[in-house]
Design a binder for this molecule. Structure first.
Ligand SMILES: [Zn+2]
Ligand SMILES: [Zn+2]
Ligand SMILES: [Zn+2]
Ligand SMILES: [Zn+2]
Length: 226
């Protein structure tokens, strides 16, 4: 795998690329975003509080999302979204909590605007056996009409990881976890994944854009549900 640099992603409004932190401030000033807002301003959707959330893997912060969540949405909408884009392998339990990973549980039936305020941070745990922890932070709150008919809008996401096959240098679509944990080149093309000898952590896993990659056999698709 290439040496670690801060992962970049694209702004969904203007297509500019930047890091997670750069994106956090960019999204408040993006010149294209007001246009997106005015396109819906005539529609008959109620104004409400809208929460800009920065979401990242607790142990793998190179995986991140910037979401806008409707105040009228429920936490279970956010749970559904995280499962679809990053987490779902076999229907494990999940939980939101406040005040750290095993802090006070926040019921998923709560509305976003009952839970979130500027500066609030939640932890989401998916699967208590082989957990994936996700940190969710409110970056900004605005009053307005949602830009989508869905509860959540994806404003930005880290670009897919790129790796080369350790054997032949072609673009990798698989990852050997044993090589990864031993900090050697872990990418594999399909041809070399089939004949790769390491078994200690199972077969090579698909290289997907999710912090759950390889955990409990997670292999994607890691796609936004809408
Ligand atoms: Zn932009
Ligand atoms: Zn599972
Ligand atoms: Zn290869
Ligand atoms: Zn290996």
């Amino acid at each position: 795998m290439a040496r670690r640099r801060q992962s970049k992603g694209k702004c969904s409004f203007c297509q500019r690329e930047m890091t997670k932190g750069g994106m956090s401030s960019h999204l408040s000033t993006c010149a294209q975003r007001p246009e997106a807002a005015s396109a819906v301003s005539s529609k008959r959707i109620a104004e409400q509080e809208l929460f800009h959330l920065q979401v990242q893997g607790a142990r793998s912060s190179d995986f991140w999302l910037h979401l806008e969540l409707n105040g009228s949405a429920k936490l279970e909408d956010l749970d559904d979204y995280l499962r679809a884009i990053w987490l779902e392998c076999c229907g494990h339990l999940s939980q939101f909590s406040m005040g750290g990973g095993r802090g006070e549980e926040v019921p998923q039936g709560k509305r976003a605007d009952q839970v979130f305020r500027s500066g609030v941070e939640l932890t989401h745990i998916y699967d208590f056996g082989t957990p994936s922890e996700t940190l969710i932070k409110v970056v900004r709150v605005r009053q307005g009409r949602p830009l989508t008919s869905h509860p959540i809008l994806l404003m930005a996401r880290n670009n897919p990881l790129e790796a080369d096959c350790a054997e032949c240098g072609e673009p990798a679509s698989w990852l050997c976890l044993e090589c990864l944990y031993e900090a050697s080149e872990a990418g594999l093309c399909t041809e070399h994944a089939e004949v790769h000898p390491h078994q200690d952590y199972g077969e090579p896993v698909p290289l997907v854009n999710s912090p759950r990659m390889g955990i409990c056999g997670y292999g994607g698709p890691a796609e936004a549900p809408y």
